[in-house]
Design a protein around this ligand. Sequence first.
Ligand code: MLC
Ligand code: AMP
Length: 472
Amino acid sequence: MSFGSPLLLSSLNPLAVAGGADIPDAVTIAGTTLSRSDLLGAATSVAERIAGAERVAVLAEPTVDTVLAVVGCLIAGVPVVPVPPDSGTAELAHILSDSGAQVWLGKAAEGSSLPRVPVRRHARSWHTYPEPDPGTTAFVMYTSGTTGPPKGVVLSRGAIAAGLDALIDAWSWTANDVLVQGLPLFHVHGLILGVLGALRVGSPLIHTGKPTPKAYAEAQGSLYFGVPTVWSRVADDPGTAERLAGARLLVSGSAPLPVPVFERLRELTGHAPVERYGMSETLITLSTRADGERRPGWVGTPVRGVHTRLRDESGAPVPHDGESIGGLQVRGPIFFDGYLNRPEATAAIWTDDGWLRTGDVAVIDPEGFHRIVGRESVDLIKSGGYRVGAGEVETVLLGHPAVAEVAVVGLPDDDLGQRITAFVVLRAAVTERELIDHVAEQLSVHKRPREIRMVDALPRNAMGKVQKKLLS
Ligand code: MLC
Ligand code: AMP
């Protein structure tokens, strides 16, 4: 097998290849490039230092050190907790204590007292490690629920390997591609698809640091990943969009791609984007295919091994007729193992007959094409592709001495899809900026409300429950 070939299907060590030609530009991030052999040598030296650890935290900045830390852990079979680098005080404390991470691998978050094991970019080791059991945890990835602090999604090596292979098939992804993306490295999209996918295929990766239209155009790759906000910004910048005409595939996911953005991209780049749908818990389950139909507003068919069905609120089947709306349930080999320390939440996501409730409502047509209509709960917001729980933002705002009552909703937004908006009843004077900064400092910057609306009272029903649907 050569370095440029697909890797061993059973292995999640993204560098587990037997030999062959090197790839001089395997990974480029923030202007630093590592060859595949440099990556292998440096990541194996990380593995040597971290082997035997139970769980380590990686401050997931977009740097080659983050890639080395993650790959080193995969080589050694050590579970990684990717930590958002913009985590605020409360969120950071929660992720570290809930995950039980023992050390920081690479850079430590400011103010954290956990010990640190450095990543040495120039160290090399050629030791070989056996591939751990596919059931071994690869990542504990934190994601928001409707209430409470983020939950740790436990992802096994086997699920990730199977999920990536299904996408490699759907997108005809080969070592001849150059992947360009600039997404955060603490979620499925940027880290699992956008880094491990490229390493698994053997296609060079250019990570642009931030996913700006200009950086995407300058990178001149063949395969591009973005969230809808990124594509909407590209579509608003015709000169830049036209420079993507030479690409092979533009892929959008993590949130709904507005139909006008789809159409504008097609007009400017000559490419109808591939849309795909997934969750932290299920990886990517639905996608249009490189060799198949791309239909604006629809996210395609199940990837290899995945099955879907629709159910109404009573659990009765909903027909796949292209019109009827039901709760989307999925089954397959690429799902998470549960929420860390949350047996009840884990049990609640599964139906009695073994299907996973996504929490999304959808339509399926007779050809098996899926359209995501929305979410069942208004309390899970998608803003810029980030999943944010209304409950966690409300809890933090209620902790501010000036706030008496609060309701957080996601209002429609042309740029972000949904704009996190907090309706607050005050008990003391405070500025909008102070409240926004309070959330950014406690949770993470990307969870901050973009707008605060001061109101005299929140609309409540006879039971006293806030009627969020009336907030707009
Ligand atoms: C603003 N900033 C503040 C601040 N207000 N900093 C501190 N306090 C405040 N109050 C700063 C930020 O730090 C940042 O600085 C700058 O302002 C803008 O940050 P932003 O708000 O994040 O930028 P924005 O342009 O809105 O980001 C848009 C975006 C981002 C598209 C780039 O939303 C994004 O990266 N989204 C991707 C989400 C994603 O990957 N989701 C996948 C989930 S997995 P500076 O200096 O840093 O610029 C999944 C599975 C699947 O969903 O299906 O894929
Ligand atoms: P996350 O766990 O951050 O991956 O968020 C998962 C959620 O993102 C899903 O449950 C959907 O609500 C939403 N989502 C992901 N991809 C799409 C898509 N292509 N279209 C619509 N919603 C999407």
